[in-house]
Design a protein around this ligand. Structure first.
Ligand code: PGA
Length: 250
């Protein structure tokens, strides 16, 4: 059975109280017997609080980024082993905001992806094109390039323990969602590209859609053949909005 993952990226938002309340409310929203999973990605300082709220519940959690190096002289950075220490199961890698604002090149993203896998964390690899790239007809080439860097480093086998997220940059935080057909087209492109390398891994890989997902459009998006859930930004910041997405599909 296809498992849907509803993942919440809190971005640089939150407080101790908000993290405790939001994670607790999300964790208590699970419907018994549903095949839909939920995960949240708080800022680093709140991971421990979320871990406490998620203990003994089905809620999964992770960080929004990691450093690709082992321990050492990298002031201000957080490595993969530290996230395991905090009981994270997952970590976002290559979110478009990190690619655009914090020098996450394709190579660095590939290194982060490998660093996560090396400690047993599930990397959630984000890919997607900008508006200019889409208008220039470069969408597939951009996504292929982003995937190839990771494939070169970790191989198709790396995708056996990963999640992918297609997030068109023009749809993130803009209220402009890709249409279900537009999203499905790119998800199918990604799955086909990986199927050429390993049909089983590609068939089992979860490919999330991200970009202005909300309760009112989630069901139609997640009903597409190759869309296996969502990476939710703005609508993950209140339990009501986040659970409305979960409830639309659970
Ligand atoms: P959004 O963000 O849902 O606010 O568009 C998605 C994301 O950046 O992961």
């Amino acid at each position: 059975m296809r498992k849907i993952l509803v993942a919440g990226n809190w971005k640089m938002n939150g407080s101790n109280a908000m993290a405790r309340e939001l994670a607790g409310a999300v964790a208590s929203g699970f419907k018994p017997g549903s095949s839909v999973e939920m995960a949240v990605f708080p800022p680093f300082p709140y991971i421990n609080i979320v871990a406490g709220a998620a203990a003994d519940t089905e809620l999964m959690f992770g960080a929004q980024d990691l450093n690709e190096n082992p321990a050492g002289a990298h002031t201000g950075e957080v490595n993969a082993a530290m996230l395991v220490d905090l009981r994270c199961q997952m970590v976002l890698v290559g979110h478009s905001e990190r690619r655009a604002m914090y020098a996450d090149t394709d190579q660095r993203v590939a290194d982060k992806f490998a660093a996560a896998l090396a400690v047993g964390l599930v990397p959630v690899l984000c890919v997607g094109e900008s508006l200019e790239e889409r208008e220039a007809g470069e969408t597939e080439a951009v996504i292929a390039r982003q995937l190839d860097a990771v494939l070169e480093k970790s191989g198709i086998a790396g995708f056996a323990n990963a999640v992918l997220a297609y997030e068109p940059v023009w749809a993130i935080g803009t209220g402009k969602t890709a249409s279900p057909d537009q999203a499905q087209e790119i998800h199918a492109f990604i799955r086909d590209k990986l199927t050429a390398l390993d049909g089983i891994i590609a068939g089992q890989l979860r490919i999330l859609y991200g970009g202005s997902v909300k309760g009112s459009n989630a069901a139609e998006l997640f009903a597409q053949t190759d869309i296996d859930g969502g990476l939710i930004g703005g609508a993950s910041l209140t339990a009501e909005d986040f659970l409305s997405i979960y409830n639309a599909v659970a």
